[in-house]
Design a protein around this ligand. Structure first.
Ligand code: NAI
Length: 339
């Protein structure tokens, strides 16, 4: 079941069960880019998560202030702020999970690929640190273009001889959230009941919601399917345009990032049947080495990559149509590290 679990993010901050759950938390989580638009609210949500005992915020600057602010929230996790290269090692040592929203966001008119020139270098340098100081940590990459930054991360880890494909994830949870929200709104069904996998990558036509597998299944016309698919693919651009130059999704991304982080931690804790969509090293689609599909999480990260299930003719066609772009983005990332 990939139904997005009722997240304990925030739920127990002041709750009666809080004490019990807090006693269990023992995970160390770092947010690289922790002073940014995503990094700050994501860190707040992690501070509310009873499974987290140590929260570390890292950025080029500003993190001591954000960490001090957060540390006054009366939940279990301790919060430390680190800034600059010299403190990267301290940030990473002993981490169970490292989340990377470091990098520049889009402005109107930009594609995610337009961010490559700046963000590829940022992700590469952070991954060199991770390969050295926390090679066993799970890594959640949010920085765009995810279709390329995840292959970059894999290549850096490979070069260092520490790549474990079970531990590296591109975060596509926001696409899944949008798919559920937009489907519920258009088909007039309660959003909390909606389960809708999204596969492929995280940019434009590489984002493919599997509406043929949606639950609960409402009677959709071809027009519904087409309109929903396009809106889900362009959800990020909707936000970029509405923010009119002030960045891209931050609050919804923070929530999505917190949900995915929690799923990863629950897997580490040995919880059964934790299933989420994520962009990972995969052989689910022949010839495409990184692909997003449902994955089952466990004590070592990915326990199992689940297949795509049956696709409709519409989805088959969309899958064929995305392959070239996705493969190009993957190759671009790999080449960036190789050369
Ligand atoms: P932002 O500009 O508000 O924050 C980024 C932070 O990264 C800044 O605080 C900056 O100082 C920091 N940073 C830059 N270089 C760094 C380095 N070398 N080490 C540590 N920190 C560094 O941007 P925002 O809105 O938080 O977006 C961050 C990234 O997330 C962007 O690349 C954006 O495209 C991506 N994103 C991904 C989504 C997804 O679904 N995967 C959704 C929304 C955004």
């Amino acid at each position: 079941e990939s139904r997005m679990r009722a997240c304990s993010v925030g739920g127990d901050a002041a709750g009666l069960q809080g004490q019990q759950l807090w006693a269990r938390g023992k995970r160390t989580v770092a947010v690289l880019g922790g002073a940014g638009g995503i990094g700050q609210p994501l860190s707040l949500l992690l501070k509310l998560n009873p499974l987290v005992s140590d929260l570390r915020l890292y950025d080029v600057a500003g993190t001591p202030g954000v960490a001090c602010d957060l540390s006054h929230v009366n939940t279990q996790a301790t919060v430390e702020g680190y800034a600059g290269d010299a403190e990267l090692e301290k940030t990473l040592k002993g981490c169970d999970l490292i989340i990377i929203p470091a990098g520049v966001p889009r402005k109107p008119g930009m594609t995610r690929d337009d961010l490559f020139n700046i963000n590829a270098g940022i992700v590469k340098s952070l991954m060199i640190g991770i390969a050295k100081h926390a090679p066993k940590a799970l890594v959640n990459i949010i920085s765009n273009p995810v279709n390329s930054t995840v292959p970059i991360a894999a290549e850096v880890l490979k070069k260092a001889g520490v790549f474990d494909p079970r531990r590296l994830f591109g975060v596509t949870t926001l696409d899944v959230m949008r798919a559920r929200t937009f489907y519920a709104a258009r088909m007039k069904t309660p959003v909390k009941d909606v389960d809708l996998p999204v596969i492929g990558g995280h940019a434009g036509i590489t984002i493919l919601p599997l509406l043929s597998q949606v639950k609960p299944k409402k009677n959709m016309t071809e027009k519904d399917i087409d309109a929903l698919t396009k809106r889900i693919q362009d959800g990020g651009t909707e936000v970029v345009q509405a923010k009119a130059g002030k960045g891209s999704a931050t609050l919804s991304m923070a929530f999505a990032g917190a949900l995915f982080a929690e799923a990863c931690i629950k897997g580490l804790e040995g919880e059964k049947n934790v299933v989420e969509c994520a962009y990972v090293k995969s052989d689910v689609v022949k010839g495409i080495p990184f692909f997003s599909s449902k994955v089952q999480l466990g004590p070592n990260g990915i326990e199992k990559i689940l297949g795509l299930g049956e696709l409709s003719a519409y989805e088959q066609k969309a899958l064929e149509a995305m392959k070239k772009e996705l493969l190009n983005s993957i190759t671009k990332g790999i080449d960036f590290v190789k050369k």
